[in-house]
Design a binder for this molecule. Structure first.
Ligand code: 5GP
Length: 234
């Protein structure tokens, strides 16, 4: 294994075989509320890596440019090296979570059109919501880069909604991250898993995502296993 370059809450980034690549290693940790709640769940890293790789493969096939090169094993993937934009890029299809808390909106309203949001990835300031003007002023991204990120994220939303619907799951909302290669190409990076998406059963609205941990309402591993089983047609 290469040298550890960065350790996040749920993943490690390691040196790759050459200067244009990284290895990402999935850990079993789960955090919520900006790290206030923290626990370990045996097998979570394997589940998230497996789920995320299936989704990234699907998105690549549909024409979305991602950092994925190949899955190495249960916990490790080879990716193209990018510098991550310090932005949490969020789409909401159904109201819940911080949207309802912040605006006093009722939970569970199906939105006529998706809401696009960005937060500044900054733990010290609690990942505050920002708009394009803020992001440009702080030099987090250019207007052209932000336009590409928004268009691509809306496409990803359509692809993910249709994908999860096949497994009787509604895509309520999700967070993605983008990065830039040394030659300026923008790629979808990080992961897409039940850690970063809210998924509700179409018939019962049962939650199949990290909210079971955030809200202490279910077994995280059993929940993520069920998502993967549905994706594998089991
Ligand atoms: P909310 O803003 O309602 O808390 O979250 C909106 C969506 O973005 C949810 O699907 C949630 O899982 C995802 N999300 C927001 N912040 C984070 C984060 O820091 N990490 C991860 N993995 N997902 C996040």
């Amino acid at each position: 294994m290469g040298k550890l370059l960065y350790e996040g809450k749920a993943k490690q980034v390691l040196e790759g075989d050459n200067e244009n690549e990284y290895i990402i290693h999935y850990k079993d940790d789960a955090t919520a509320g900006n790290g206030v709640k923290h626990d370990q769940f045996e097998g979570k890293g394997v589940l998230n890596n497996t789920i995320s790789c299936i989704i990234f493969d699907m998105l690549e096939e549909a024409g979305i440019k991602t950092h994925m090169i190949e899955k190495l094993n249960d916990r490790d993937i080879r990716v193209r090296k990018v510098e991550i934009f310090p932005l949490e890029v969020i789409i909401r299809n159904i109201t819940t979570g911080s949207f309802c808390k912040r605006l006093g909106a009722p939970e569970g309203i199906v939105l006529d059109e998706p809401i696009f949001e960005m937060s500044y990835k900054n733990d010290e300031y609690g990942d505050p919501l920002i708009n394009d003007d803020h992001a440009v002023a702080l030099k987090l991204a250019t207007r052209e880069e932000l336009a590409y990120i928004k268009t691509t994220t809306l496409k990803i939303n359509e692809l993910l909604k249709a994908f999860f619907l096949k497994f009787n799951l509604k895509l309520v909302d999700f967070k993605v991250e983008f990065g830039k290669t040394a030659d300026g190409e923008i790629l979808l990076a990080d992961e897409i898993s039940p850690d970063s998406c809210r998924l509700w059963d179409v018939d019962t609205n049962q939650k199949y995502d990290k909210d079971v941990f955030r809200q202490d309402i279910g077994d995280l591993i059993e929940t993520y296993k069920e998502v993967l089983a549905r994706m594998q047609g089991k």
